[in-house]
Design a protein around this ligand. Structure first.
Ligand SMILES: *Cc1c(COP(=O)(O)O)cnc(C)c1O
Length: 872
């Protein structure tokens, strides 16, 4: 029979074992080894069969076995201890609770919106790094006691699971999930499900139920349109992740943003959870959240659009995650327009104002699209990229939104991603590390990691060997299953038992398959790759995995190329492609591989996190200097694949970079791995592993990342928000009125003339320069602006490089007559060589978060006296 619908019957647990249900209901088991051990003990064979999923385990365990356990005092003691440990974890004061309260307490709650979450392999609600990051963010927030509420969608068919055709072509399957068989409960009110509604055009209404997943201390609200009250077409809105046409995706994003905020309000009202003060949009998909907040301010506080915009921006954080144009979420303008007009309009929000928020108003922008990232940046006072390099690339990419300012001043900062150690590090290594570091706080510093790295070479190498061996066994099992599924018979598969070798240098490569990640770069010269795999003394083996988006034929062709190559009997024992890359496979790979390979087209990898997972497990990174690796590669914690950035012919660039990769493996990586001392240990390799742990350990942790979000973005956002919304939103009204006034008057601001005179000619380092600027301010009040002199090196196209700014003050008394106003100041000459200077005027207000926030600035016309001088 086809077209079956799934449902799950929940087991009734004996009274003595009710704690099992409570443990299963909190996802902390996903990263808490002792809790998993309790579930494993319920029925070890079944635990393996259900893929380490406690809810399925409890659904399938036999009543006899449960009765037996109920009478087993030893088991009950373990269970009680695990339950008590969960209670302690949920109630204990943690890092966040230790933040100084004082006059500026940290936010009471933060709502975190993301289109995908990677929390556990049993919840296929993610496609790749963005979702994994969101999952690690929630788990680390929980571990730190940060009061985050997660918001997302419950995709009934999740992201697809991947298999291969006999020809090596990617096939997709979409198993349906049943929320009742997952660790989540429905948000209800008096026994009835809470329904969130979102209006659509033509009098249609989209309805969703809300599921609550407990991620440790963090509630995650997932909206679900699969319910009878919806017309059939709308039930499928939360069907699949990142699929369907524009309209389907737009409905998903409306539900996530607008419906998501309504779900947060319903959740807080029913549970007493504090209302969020800060709203974090994890990428543009969540951007409509800002519109719903505008509506709330307009309806409930009586603000106008501009005032509501200021109030909303102050408490909003936007994170951009990709510099790849195809990765940026854009909709046809007309489609968005239709979804905010007529019966779908948000009260108080004129559609043309909404359209302006998503307009690409910079050079090269497309007037016919609505850009969700751009809207996110206009709706958030604080914006960040996800690595230092990605921050710089984003400032360049989106700089047009702040036209008066240099790229360096564009208000997009960066917080480098991190990974959740307890999710990604093998249980043995975690336990060993914890036994060496008494105070877990020391993992935040190199000191704790030095203790871990102090493990003997024998022990380190033994642990690496165990993990590699486990990966080999897992790879063989998965490869066999894949070949059976591709139509082979058991009898033909004896060779699979000889695939991979637990003593051979193992290189992993696993990620989504967009073209910039260059899955097949390693195949550039098949002869050379074969020689590396077949090297008589220093062979390498490659384990590869990755999914192509279902609509990406090009990506599927790349997968097929890899599969065809690795099907070849001459190399198939040294290179394998394992289908269905997910969190479970990722875990096995990052634990077992000696080297983690990453070769994107620089600088298109915004951060990348799989290499961080590998590093925490004692793997070494071999990567193009992109994303996080550009920032934290230090010359001896792995290898940097040289890039041919300047080469414009992509084929030639691939040739050069592939050749560099082969050279590195052949000349450095493999010799180091196979160089052994009398005891059979690769001493120098292990030194590099130790150095990796100490130099990267404290940095790559997601707890470091979440703390940065709290300190650098959430807390300042809460302060801004309080300042704007206190006292009947007085600050928001004032800031909006001020921006309107300054914007109107700004075209009247002009720099007429700049003159300088040195003190102690000729100008010398250590001397000073007196700068005098004559301005016309029109209707702008001098108190509303900042006039500053910039001094810096002169770049190739006559621009100032890396300038320093000195504020100028109005002359007292003025020696010119209105409408002229003169400002002056003294600039310290603190650098030698050829310098340039200029003067700039920008608006200033104490409620702005950043000098460039308004995007408005005036510099002199070339003739008005920008100068250069040579300092000695
Ligand atoms: C960590 C992870 C990713 C992200 O890896 P990148 O290095 O950013 O490509 C993607 N998918 C899965 C399943 C992961 O575990």
């Amino acid at each position: 029979m086809k077209a079956i619908r799934r449902f799950t019957v929940r087991t009734v647990l004996p009274d003595e074992l009710t704690a099992l249900g409570r443990l299963a209901a909190n996802l902390r088991w996903a990263w808490h080894a002792p809790t998993r051990a309790v579930f494993a003990a319920v029925d070890p064979r079944l635990w393996e069969a259900v893929g380490h999923d406690p809810v399925r385990l409890l659904g399938e365990v036999s009543p006899e076995r449960l009765r037996e356990l109920a009478g087993d005092a030893g088991f009950r003691a373990r269970l009680d201890e695990a339950a008590a440990d969960l209670d302690r974890y949920l109630d204990a004061p943690l890092w966040y609770q230790g933040l100084a309260d004082g006059p500026a307490p940290p936010p009471a709650a933060i709502a975190y919106f993301s289109a995908e979450y990677g929390l556990d392999a049993s919840l296929p609600q993610y496609s790749g790094g963005l979702g994994i990051l969101a999952g690690d963010h929630l788990k680390s927030a929980s571990d730190l006691g940060v009061p985050v509420i997660g918001v997302g969608l419950l995709y009934r068919h999740g992201y697809f699971s991947q298999s291969l055709s006999p020809e090596g072509w990617q096939l997709e399957r979409y198993p349906e999930i049943d929320p009742r068989g997952l660790p989540m409960t429905r948000l209800e009110d008096g026994g009835r499900p809470v329904a969130v509604t979102v209006a659509l055009p033509d009098h249609r209404v989209m309805r969703a139920h809300v599921w609550v997943v407990r991620v440790g201390r963090v509630p995650l609200l997932l909206l679900d349109t699969y319910q009878e009250d919806n017309e059939p077409e709308l039930r499928g809105v939360t069907g699949r992740l990142y699929e369907g046409g524009n309209e389907q995706r737009l409905r998903q994003e409306l539900l996530l943003g607008v419906g998501g905020l309504r779900a947060v309000r319903a959740y807080c009202a029913r549970t007493g959870h504090p209302e969020p003060e800060v709203f974090h949009m994890n990428e543009g998909h969540a951007g409509f959240l800002g519109l719903e907040r505008l509506r709330e301010y307009i309806e409930t506080a009586g603000l106008d659009f501009d005032e509501a915009l200021e109030a909303t921006r102050a408490g909003t954080v936007f994170t951009t995650h990709t510099p790849v144009p195809a990765g940026i979420d854009r909709f046809p303008r007309a489609l968005v327009e239709r979804h905010f007009s007529g019966t779908a309009a948000l009260p108080g929000l004129p559609v043309e104002r909404i359209m302006a928020l998503g307009a690409e108003t910079y050079p090269g922008g497309d007037p016919d699209v609505f850009n969700m990232a751009v809207m996110g940046m206009r709706l958030a006072q604080r914006v960040n990229g996800v690595s230092r390099l990605h921050g710089a690339v984003s400032r360049e990419m989106f700089g047009g939104l702040w036209p008066g300012f240099d790229v360096d001043e564009v208000p997009i900062t960066s917080i480098t991603n991190g990974v959740h150690a307890a999710t990604w590090v093998s249980e043995e290594a975690l336990e060993a590390a914890r036994s060496l570091v008494a105070d877990p706080g020391e993992f935040d510093t190199p000191r704790g990691w030095e203790r871990v790295a102090g493990t003997s070479g024998e022990e380190l190498w033994r642990m690496r060997r165990v993990q590699r061996e486990r990966l080999v066994a897992e790879a063989r099992a998965r490869l066999r299953a894949s070949w059976l599924q591709r139509g082979a018979s058991e009898a033909e598969l004896a060779w699979v038992d000889g695939v991979l070798d637990p003593d051979v240098l193992t290189i992993g490569f696993a990620r989504r398959v967009p073209s910039y990640k260059r899955l097949t770069l390693m195949l550039r010269d098949p002869e050379r790759l074969t020689a590396l795999l077949r090297h008589p003394e220093r062979p390498v083996q490659l384990v590869i995995a990755g999914k192509a988006h279902p609509a990406d034929e090009g990506g599927k062709r790349l997968i097929q190329e890899i599969v065809r190559f690795s099907d070849d009997p001459r190399v198939r024992d040294r290179i394998v492609f394992l289908p269905d890359y997910d969190m479970a496979l990722a875990g096995a790979l990052v634990r077992g591989c000696d080297v983690w390979l990453n070769n994107p087209l620089r600088p298109l990898e915004a951060c990348g996190t799989s290499g961080m997972k590998s590093a925490l497990n004692g793997g070494l990174n071999l990567s193009v200097r992109d994303g996080w690796w550009d920032e934290w590669f230090d010359g001896s914690n792995g290898w940097a694949i040289p890039t041919a950035d300047g080469v414009s012919d992509p084929d030639r660039r691939d040739d050069i970079e592939a050749a560099a990769l082969y050279d590195l493996i052949e000349e450095q990586v493999a010799p180091l791995f196979y160089e052994r001392d009398e005891a059979g240990l690769p001493r120098r390799w292990l030194e590099m592993v130790r150095h990796t742990l100490v130099s990267l350990g404290p940095k790559v942790l997601a707890t470091r990342m979440v703390r940065e979000y709290v300190e650098r973005l959430y807390r300042p956002a809460a302060l801004s928000s309080r300042r704007l919304t206190a006292d009947g939103q007085r600050g928001a009204r004032e800031l909006a009125a001020w921006k309107r006034k300054v914007r109107r008057a700004w075209p009247g601001v002009r720099i007429e003339h700049v003159e300088v005179s040195g003190r102690g000619e000729p100008p010398q380092v250590g001397g000073e320069l007196v700068v005098r600027a004559t301005l016309v301010l029109g209707d702008v009040d001098p108190a509303d602006l900042c006039v500053e002199a910039a001094l810096g090196r002169v770049g190739a196209s006559d621009e100032l490089v890396d300038p320093s700014y000195t504020e100028l003050s109005p002359l007292e008394p003025q020696d010119v007559t209105w409408p002229l106003v003169r400002f002056a100041g003294t600039v310290p000459l603190d650098r030698a060589g050829a310098c340039g200077y200029t003067v700039r005027v920008r608006p200033r207000h104490p409620l702005l978060a950043h000098p460039a926030e308004t995007g408005l600035a005036v510099v002199p016309e070339p003739a008005a006296g920008v100068g250069s001088l040579v300092l000695r």
